[in-house]
Design a binder for this molecule. Structure first.
Ligand code: ATP
Ligand code: MG
Length: 252
């Protein structure tokens, strides 16, 4: 099994707060790995370092053999490492369909030199539209394709966000609380979708989640953060039984 993501001793400080403190973790290709920890433990900041929106001040991040520690968010996205945000980063005044069409890479019609050559890009546009339809089917939103993103329910917004992350040659998704604010049944559906995407498209996942009851049914491996550090790693069963984790996480 090859490691798709390797994080070595990465740190990030905000003034006097050590938000991420010497964190190392590995995500093998094709796995679903959970990242848990109390509020403010540094999980989202770690995602910001992985996706390039914040710079690590020390350590090294490798994705698919590339050193991405100092790459831009766009370069990291192009390599196929795609982050979804804790607050849905949707274009709320656009339709569901436009939201999934937006991240498509390398559209020929956008190249000014090729724009006049309709015949070349018309087929590509048709292919993109049909892929977008399939994608909306996959995230259970096809019948809402004309709906404005702002009119979706919380759970539907999460699904749309997941759909948007998929549409860009993604190889690995960083999902930040994909079920936050979502009804319990839909929370499970979202994880079933993650599992299906892994199976069908070979995607790899690192998922921040507070709903441990759901997360633990789907993950291969779990990392626990506390005060910026990784304090435990193991299977869901290991983590559920870990006394230190129970103390910091569940307060027993
Ligand atoms: N841009 C920033 N500037 C200053 N402090 C920040 C910044 N981003 C995060 N922090 C602080 O860093 C710490 C870690 O925050 P982070 O958002 O990574 O936690 P988290 O584990 O994702 O928490 P939650 O579960 O609540 O989402 C917090 O104390 C937070 O206030
Ligand atoms: Mg967070």
């Amino acid at each position: 099994m090859t490691d798709l993501l390797r994080v070595h001793n990465v740190s990030k400080r905000f003034e006097r707060l050590q938000a991420v403190d010497n964190v190392s973790l590995i995500v093998p290709a094709g796995q679903i790995v959970g990242l848990i920890g109390p509020n403010g433990s540094g999980k989202s900041t770690l995602f910001a370092l992985l996706s390039g929106s914040q710079r690590a001040e020390s350590g090294r991040i490798e994705f698919d053999g590339h050193d991405i520690t100092h790459r831009s968010p766009d370069q990291i996205f192009q390599l196929g490492l795609v982050r979804s945000y804790q607050d849905p980063a949707l274009f709320t005044r656009m339709t569901v369909l436009d939201n999934v069409l937006l991240p498509v890479k390398d559209q020929l019609g956008e190249n000014p030199g090729l724009a006049p050559l309709h015949r070349i890009w018309r087929k590509q546009e048709r292919d993109i539209a049909s892929a977008a339809g399939a994608l909306l089917d996959r995230v259970m939103l096809r019948r809402h394709y004309k709906t404005l993103a702002s009119d979706l329910s919380g759970g539907q917004m999460k699904l749309l966000q997941l759909g948007r992350s998929l549409n860009g040659s993604a190889r690995m998704l960083l999902l930040d609380e994909p079920t936050a604010g979502v009804a319990p049944k839909l929370a499970r559906d979202i994880f079933h979708l993650v599992e299906a995407l892994r199976r069908e498209q070979g995607l790899t996942f690192l998922i921040i989640e507070h709903r441990l009851d759901v997360l633990f049914d789907f993950v291969d491996d779990v990392y626990v953060m506390h005060a910026g550090r990784v304090v435990a790693q193991g299977t869901a069963a290991d983590i559920a039984a870990n006394a230190q984790v129970r103390e910091i996480y569940f307060g027993d």
